[in-house]
Design a protein around this ligand. Sequence first.
Ligand code: SF4
Length: 356
Amino acid sequence: MHFTPEETHALGRTMLDWYDRHHRTLPWRAEPGETPDPYHVWLSEIMLQQTTVITVGPYFSAFLGRWPTVTDLANADLDEVLHAWQGLGYYARARNLHKCAQVVARDHNGIFPDTEDGLLSLPGIGPYTAAAVAAIAFNRHTSPVDGNIERVISRLFALTTPLPDVKPDIKEKSAVLTPPDRPGDYAQALMDLGATICTPRNPACGICPWQTPCEGRKIGIAADLPKKRKKPAKPTRVGYAFWVVRDDGQILLRRRPEKGLLGGMYEIPGSDWRVIDAPDDVMLSEAPIKATWQELDGTVGHTFTHFHLEITVLTTRTSTNNPDDINGVWTTIDGLADYALPTLMKKIVRHALTHG
Ligand code: SF4
């Protein structure tokens, strides 16, 4: 499947015309042809990496209300940012968001670099986000490819190689189609088309501006694209969580190490998570205090990107004030709400409170 330069030009124009008439109005967007605030574009792109437009809306407004500029965000306390991020998942992104704001404020005078390379040098900004911000905020001629764009392009060209192998081909074809004058609007047009018309299950080809040239539609395979390579089954890991209740009813929390999964987040203290159940004495040696433990019924299940986790909750009461673990803090049950606890830890809290 190949388009001539004239056809390529026409495809770009058709898409921009469609965008001018049918674009979605989103809180972080400027009107077609206008330049948005790079801080808004960057913030929305980081938030959108892990969740939907509908979920992100209120978070985006709350962040802007609290930290109107990137410098305000840079000056915020990290715990406040993590707390405000609760519900958006993947806290490493929130930590990088804060770090990135500090680099922009400190090293760039509060002004985002306006090139793809400059953006790529900032913490937490990968190739996709750099291309998206460069195109949308600075109208640079670059071609971000998100999941929506991936779907539209693979259908337009009827690309049947499965993901992720097809990615370079999609990127190349998408770059060729990007019109020189409004690359940001063009990228957003494809994002909107993928979100509203060229949807994963039932693409509404009858109202699509590209229905005539679309090869996937013509040969009747559009809804099956892009193809995905089968994923290997996820392993299951197991571990213990130690629910320590002090005599005055307060619960022990601690901060996880900076590096690794849920890095720097507060947790109910736990053992390592292992693929094979370790002997009890190994798991118990990882408890934050020496105590007699009682095992609660049932387990807490949680799925991460690369593995399933099953946590057994052990509980004890103690009169100690000084857990061996120097990062430990005590909190009342009501006070738990003041900590940015990841979803897994919230599940453990719920389990302990209902089964304890
Ligand atoms: Fe997607 Fe259908 Fe449009 Fe092709 S014609 S781009 S499959 S909505």
